[in-house]
Design a protein around this ligand. Structure first.
Ligand code: MLT
Length: 312
């Protein structure tokens, strides 16, 4: 085949294991979505896919590793909205999203929920706003590090309510949710792909969803608009990436395999149970994904600059 560490030539691709890097802890929302599609993608590609969690710095460590990986199609990145916010949040980010990656295709767009530890006093979102305004520096807000979706939602919550909370960073919202259920931290904004189970089990208090419409699988949860915080709207789009200069035929094979995974009934059903759905096939393409990334980089650069958050 075409040289060491992977075939390199598209015709035989894949002729060894493919690694999908998840830049957050195992068991969190990004990891969950990745492991849902890995099986059907591997079947279509006729190879094996290994999911590897590379944590740290709100997803920027894992993303940086993939930016520097060999462009041979054997190292893939699953990332989300954080790919478009990190450049506005980090002074020296180790990669440039549009230059150091090829987009493979969009995967899904996931609503966020605002959830608190079970015995946290505020009963509704409005009560939460009143509570944080009166007790800002005593309230702890969990997230998965600067650049994470949970961090971004927390940023929007703080800028719309005008408070500065005590942020508690984790390597992913999997471990953060464990601490929330354990009562070690007060509240968090996290994706339905992670929080749905604990909400259904009554292990956390849920205030709202951050989407314009209610989430079918969480029908009792009001939207932030219904609950009086219309500006707090965010949903977490996800996409797959490979290092820049990966041969286009390999990118195409990965995009085709992604489309097959997103049409898999098991994936559709699992996503529906967790409050989300695959993107339409035409969005699981390199061009559609690149257009989304382009637009989101500009959108969040402005919102983050206007929010006055300090850049790390
Ligand atoms: C986040 O951005 O909050 C991540 O999705 C958390 C995670 O996947 O663990």
């Amino acid at each position: 085949n075409g040289g060491a560490a992977g075939g390199g030539d598209a015709a035989n691709y894949p002729d060894e294991n493919i690694t999908i890097v998840v830049p957050f802890s195992a068991g969190g929302p990004t990891d969950t979505v990745t492991r849902m599609i890995a099986g059907p993608m591997a079947a279509k590609l006729g190879g094996k896919i290994v999911v590897q969690n590379v944590e740290g710095a709100g997803g920027t460590v894992g993303a940086g590793d993939v930016a520097r990986a060999k462009p041979d199609g054997y190292t893939v990145l699953m990332h989300h909205i954080g790919m478009s916010t990190a450049p506005a949040l980090y002074k020296s980010l180790g990669y440039k999203p549009l230059e150091d990656f090829e987009t493979v295709g969009l995967v899904t767009e996931v609503p966020m929920t605002i959830v608190a530890r079970k015995d946290f006093a505020p009963a509704t979102l409005q009560d939460l706003v009143t509570h944080v305004k009166a007790n800002a520096n005593k309230v702890t807000l969990a997230n998965a590090g600067i650049g994470a979706a949970s961090h971004l939602c927390g940023l929007l919550f703080q800028s719309t309510t005008g408070v500065k909370l005590q942020e508690v960073p984790y390597q992913g919202t999997g471990p953060a949710l464990t601490d929330l259920v354990g009562g070690q931290v007060d509240f968090m904004c996290d994706q339905t792909t992670n929080t749905s189970g604990q909400i259904a089990a009554g292990k956390v208090k849920a205030y709202a969803v951050t989407t314009p419409e209610r989430v079918k699988s969480l029908p009792d949860l009001p939207t932030t608009t219904e609950a009086g915080l219309p500006q707090l709207k965010v949903s977490v789009w996800h996409g797959l990436y490979v290092p820049a200069d990966t041969p286009p035929e390999i990118v195409q094979k990965l995009s085709e395999a992604l489309k097959v995974a997103l049409a898999d009934q098991g994936v559709i059903d699992q996503m529906a149970k967790l409050g989300t759905a695959p993107v339409p096939a035409q969005d699981a393409t390199p061009d559609a994904h690149r257009a989304k990334l382009d637009e989101q980089l500009a959108t969040w650069a402005k919102i983050i600059a206007d929010s006055g958050v300090k850049v790390s």
